[in-house]
Ligand binder design. Structure first.
Ligand SMILES: O=P(O)(O)OC[C@H]1O[C@H](OP(=O)(O)OP(=O)(O)O)[C@H](O)[C@@H]1O
Ligand SMILES: O=c1[nH]c(=O)c2nc[nH]c2[nH]1
Ligand SMILES: [Mg+2]
Length: 159
């Protein structure tokens, strides 16, 4: 299967994060938020602003190796026991995307009652999140704005 790239601009990312916040508004209220590092930090700030959430912690996850293999995905830091509460009840967990579902599965194990939300979702991981904005094909690689830069584009007709 050939891999396609889907490039997301800052404008689109901001719009999609606001759409996510709008959807979450009817599903709360939430006691607080956990951002899944590092990709979840950016949408977490936007969603927290929209939903007026100020109690925010990080759930730090690092994946090693080419595929996000569960055995190679490590929790570097959990959220405080106080914020986790009773299995994450009333807690909003934000990440930029769910792909194979490895990261979301790890979080579900720790916080089974938390509401997990992502901007983008690929089919394999989709059942593991509660709310998302846009489905993207499994073979598509999403390029986030913080990984991109402005580049010269050659004109269609050469000079
Ligand atoms: O559903 P999965 O297959 O687990 O993939 C999704 C995860 O992969 C990316 O994070 P990554 O581990 O690449 O690190 P980063 O957030 O620090 O960039 C992304 O931000 C998600 O957290
Ligand atoms: O920047 C990224 N784009 C993706 O599509 C993806 N899937 C897992 N991890 C990812 N990181
Ligand atoms: Mg991540």
């Amino acid at each position: 299967m050939s891999q396609k790239n889907y490039q997301v601009s800052w404008d689109q990312f901001h719009r999609d994060a606001r759409t996510l916040a709008r959807r979450l508004m009817d599903l709360g209220p939430f006691r607080g938020m956990a951002a899944v590092t590092r990709g979840g930090l950016v949408p977490a700030a936007i969603v927290a602003r929209e939903l007026n959430l100020r109690l925010i912690d990080t759930f730090c996850v690092a994946s090693y190796g080419a595929d996000n293999d569960l055995a190679q995905t490590k929790i570097l830091k959990r959220i405080t026991a106080e914020l986790a509460g009773e299995e994450g009840q009333g807690l909003l967990v934000i990440d930029d995307l769910v792909d194979t579902g490895t990261t979301a599965r790890l979080i579900r194990e720790q916080l089974p009652k938390a509401h997990i939300a992502t901007l983008y979702a690929k089919p394999m991981g989709l059942p593991l999140v509660d709310t998302f904005v846009m489905e993207v094909a499994q073979e598509t690689w999403i390029d986030f704005p913080w990984d991109l830069g402005l580049d010269f584009q050659a004109p269609l007709v050469p000079r």
